[in-house]
Design a protein around this ligand. Structure first.
Ligand SMILES: C[S@@+](CC[C@H](N)C(=O)[O-])C[C@H]1O[C@@H](n2cnc3c(N)ncnc32)[C@H](O)[C@@H]1O
Length: 274
């Protein structure tokens, strides 16, 4: 049986409360299509029965499964290329100079999905700035709402089709090893990475100050109020000369955000206003 209007309303409110993801009226079909698989895996007759079960029991495990199913985890290695090119030519050289006495860099891939973005940040450093960072403490934190996705990122295991999306063959050979039919990150890359579950829209655990934050292709799922609240908190964990990269479709509309947009070719990033 398909969802009744009140059941749809109940589910979209639940998804919003737990993730801040906004599902419009026109997302009813998407919700049904994705939740059909959850219902089936739980031995529940259909999506309508799933909604009723959640209303009745408020089972936190089932609730989490439903919310995670509504996340879009689309990602790839070196997604959009432009930001990574800018890291290589401008951002990392600048940060390496500024942090020369500290010899440490803290990078955050917020909404890291299955980890390809964090791996790409690490490979950019290793490929192009390895000798300049020898002996440095380089840490890349990847966080995501979805525990299932974070577990996959932690495993560092990628299928061949995932490798085919954006990863040049020489990098595949240098930073990954065969693991059965899949590929696994090698320690030189893996040791820089740490993946943790974190909801950007809920109170944050204490975080270090970051030199570079990638918050790409996630703000689009939130309403303006949530975007503003997240960016305010991002501001508090970005070092005053740090860099923030958003996705191509994300922007900062609020003139009082405290960020200024810097354009460089076809790419742009944000820095804190002086
Ligand atoms: C489209 S992926 C973007 C991945 C990567 N940043 C990129 O650009 O390729 C969006 C990710 O945001 C995560 N996400 C959605 N809502 C979130 C929230 N409230 N807190 C943290 N992560 C969230 C999803 O689980 C998903 O993995």
């Amino acid at each position: 049986m398909s969802l009744s209007a009140p059941e749809f309303q109940f589910l979209r409110t639940m998804v919003y409360r737990d993730s801040a993801i906004v599902l419009g009226e026109d997302h009813s079909y998407l919700l049904e299509a994705r939740l059909a698989a959850v219902a089936q895996s739980q031995g529940i007759a259909d999506v309508s029965a799933l909604a009723r079960r959640l209303q009745r029991d408020n089972d936190p495990t089932l609730r989490r499964k439903v919310v995670e199913t509504m996340t879009t985890n689309e990602t790839s290695f070196f997604r959009d290329l432009g930001p990574f090119e800018l890291l290589r030519t401008k951002v990392f050289p600048d940060l390496l100079q500024r942090r020369a006495s500290e010899r440490s860099l803290r990078i955050w891939s917020a909404a890291s999905s299955t980890g390809q973005e964090a791996c790409s940040l690490g490979m950019t450093l290793l490929e192009h700035h390895r000798s300049a960072t020898a002996g440095w403490d380089l840490r890349i934190l990847g966080t995501d709402l979805s525990t299932t996705i974070v577990e996959k990122a932690r495993s560092g295991t990628y299928t061949q089709p995932e490798m085919n999306r954006g990863l040049p063959a020489p990098l595949l050979m240098r930073y990954f090893a065969r693991s059965g039919a899949a590929w696994q990150t090698l320690p030189v890359l893996r040791d820089m990475l740490d993946f943790q579950q974190m909801n950007l829209a809920a109170p944050w655990r204490p975080l270090p100050k970051f030199d570079l934050i990638f918050l790409r292709n996630v703000l689009i799922y939130f309403d303006e109020e949530t975007r503003r609240a997240i960016l305010t908190r991002v501001r508090s964990v970005l070092r005053k000369d740090g860099y923030l990269f958003l996705g191509g479709a994300d922007t900062i509309r609020d003139p009082d955000s405290g960020f200024e947009c810097v354009r460089s070719g076809t790419t742009h990033y944000f820095q804190l206003k002086a």
